[in-house]
Design a protein around this ligand. Structure first.
Ligand SMILES: Cc1cc2nc3c(=O)[nH]c(=O)nc-3n(C[C@H](O)[C@H](O)[C@H](O)COP(=O)(O)OP(=O)(O)OC[C@H]3O[C@@H](n4cnc5c(N)ncnc54)[C@H](O)[C@@H]3O)c2cc1C
Length: 158
């Protein structure tokens, strides 16, 4: 008889999410990374792209490529819309994903301290809110690809 391993769902494949997935590489768990983008953005070099020293593709690497060395990790491209904490499911614009452990690593919102001119010139904020206390967060564009591997798909009830 096969015993199901604990399912760790990591919301966000930024620095925090990827580091967490790598840290679980040898743990007896199944990991699913979820992000609305299919790439990981290396923000420290955004300035070099803005000043045309680098190509955008040089600071954005496919998440699937980055997690290839992790035998227990999969990736789903989806926009996270909330969390059903009671039912232990991450809600997305595609499936609702069951979890045993949930890691919220969806980043932070910029604070412009009420200065509209700063807000206008800064990084876009749309869809970057972290799930709030009521379990909802902003939805963003739907994804074009990125179904999870079959072992995850089978577990979603929708
Ligand atoms: C221009 C710039 C330069 C920086 N330079 C440095 C530096 O030199 N050194 C340094 O230490 N830090 C730097 N930082 C800060 C650093 O980028 C952040 O501290 C770091 O990215 C935070 O990591 P995180 O995992 O919390 O969030 P992020 O790296 O922002 O990752 C969050 C992930 O969650 C995903 N996500 C968010 N909401 C949703 C949703 N609803 N559905 C699906 N996916 C979602 C996003 O797509 C993203 O991939 C810089 C930031 C910027 C903007």
């Amino acid at each position: 008889m096969t015993v199901a391993r604990p399912r760790v769902v990591i919301a966000g494949a930024g620095f925090g999410g990827l580091t967490c997935a790598r840290g679980l590489k040898h743990a007896p768990v199944d990991v699913l990374l979820v992000d609305r983008n299919n790439y990981h953005l290396f923000t420290p070099l955004l300035y070099q792209v803005a000043s045309a020293l680098l190509e955008p593709s040089e600071i954005a690497r496919p998440v699937r490529q980055l997690i290839r060395p992790l035998p227990n990790a999969d990736f789903l491209q989806a926009s996270i819309t909330g969390v059903d904490f009671k039912g232990r499911r991450l809600l997305t614009d595609q499936d609702s994903i069951p979890y045993d452990y949930l890691v919220l690593a969806t980043g932070a919102q910029s604070d412009n301290f009420g200065n509209a001119s700063v807000a206008d010139g800064s990084k876009p904020r749309a869809g970057r809110r972290t799930p709030s206390g009521d379990g909802r967060c902003s939805a963003s564009r739907s994804s074009e690809e990125g179904r999870p591997a079959s072992r995850w798909r089978g577990r979603s009830r929708n």
